[in-house]
Design a protein around this ligand. Sequence first.
Ligand code: ATP
Ligand code: MG
Ligand code: MG
Ligand code: MG
Length: 339
Amino acid sequence: PRRRVLLLAGGQSEEHEVSLSSARSVLAALPQDRFEVTAVVISKQGRWLPPAETAQALGAGAAESGGEPMLQRVSDTAGYDVVFPLLHGPMGEDGTVQGLLTLAGLPFVGSGVLGSSVGMDKIMTKRVLEAAGIPQVAWREASRAEWRRDPQGVQSRAAELGFPLFVKPANMGSSVGVSRVTGAGELAEALELAFGHDRRVIVEAAAGAKPREVEVGILGNDDPVASPVGELRFDTDFYDYDTKYTGGRAEMLIPAPLPEGVSERIQELALRAYQALDCAGLSRVDFFYVEETGELLLNEINTMPGFTTTSMYPSLLQAHGLSYPELVTRLIELALEER
Ligand code: ATP
Ligand code: MG
Ligand code: MG
Ligand code: MG
C-alpha cells in the first residue's frame, strides 16, 4: 500500500517563500506509486490552509494569511503515515512543529525536538559544539533586554572580537538579519537589525579575510553518512539573501577543489557535530576553510536545508549517488525507522 505523506510547507518565518520553492520540488519528485501525498501550506500567520488555498499558495509562492489554527488541524492528521515538515527557520525548523508532531504520534522527516531547537539556535549550537571540541570562530552573545539597558556595553563586548565581524539573530536562516560589520560605527545598526528578528543575538569574529565556504550533506539516523563536500563561490562580501536566491549570483562546485585530506576532515567534523546535536534524517553542515592558515571552522548546521532540485543539499547527495526522488524516498524511510 502507498504511504500517506503529509507535506508541510510555508510557515511563519521569513523563509516562508524559500520553503514553498523547496516544497514544489519535493511534490513533483515523490514517486506516485509509493506515496500518496497531501500538501498543507502554513500561512505567514501560522494557520494551516485547506486544499484549494494550499494549491493556490503553492502556485503563487506565498500565503500571507488565511487557514485554520494548527492545533485544530493537527487532529485531522491521524490519516497520515508520515509527515515531511519542509519548513525553514523559526516555528518550523526549530523544534516547535516537531514537538506538535511528536505529541500527535506522527513520525516525521528530520531531527526531533532537541536536534531541531539546538541546531536552529546559533548560540546553543556554539556551546554544544565547543563542548564536543569542534573548531569554531570566537563569539559573543547579547539579549534584547541587555541591548535596551546598556547598548554601549553590548557594543564594546562585540568590538572585542575585532573587525570585520558578523552580527546575527540567534535563530534565523537564509542570511536574514545577518550583517558584516567593518567598523565600530556600523555596530549599532547591525545589532538593531538583528534584535528586530530575535530576542537573542550572536556576534562572531570573521573567519579570516575571505574564507572559502564549504558544505557537506549528512543523511541517516544512528549511522549517518557524509556526502562529498561542495563549495560556494560568489563575488559579494558574504553569502547574503540576494546572493543565495538570485539565479547566477553563486556558483556551486561539487566536489570542492580542496587540498588532500581537507574533505575527509570536514566529513568527520560534520558527523561529530550531527551526533553531538542529536540530529536525525538529514542536515547540511557548513564550514569556513581559511586557505591562508589551513584552518577549518564549523559555521553552522541546517537541520532542514534548502531543498529545491538545484539546492546544495540534494546536489551533494546526488554526488553521493542518490537521485532527488531516491533521496526523498530515503528520508521518508528514515522517518519511519524504529529508533
Ligand atoms: P542559511 O541560509 O545557510 O541557514 P544563515 O542565515 O543561518 O544561513 P549563516 O550561515 O550563519 O546564516 O551566515 C550567512 C553567511 O554570512 C555565511 O554563509 C557567510 O557568507 C557569512 N558569514 C557568517 N558568519 C561568518 C563568519 N563568522 N565569518 C565569515 N563569514 C561569515
Ligand atoms: Mg543557517
Ligand atoms: Mg538555514
Ligand atoms: Mg548558512
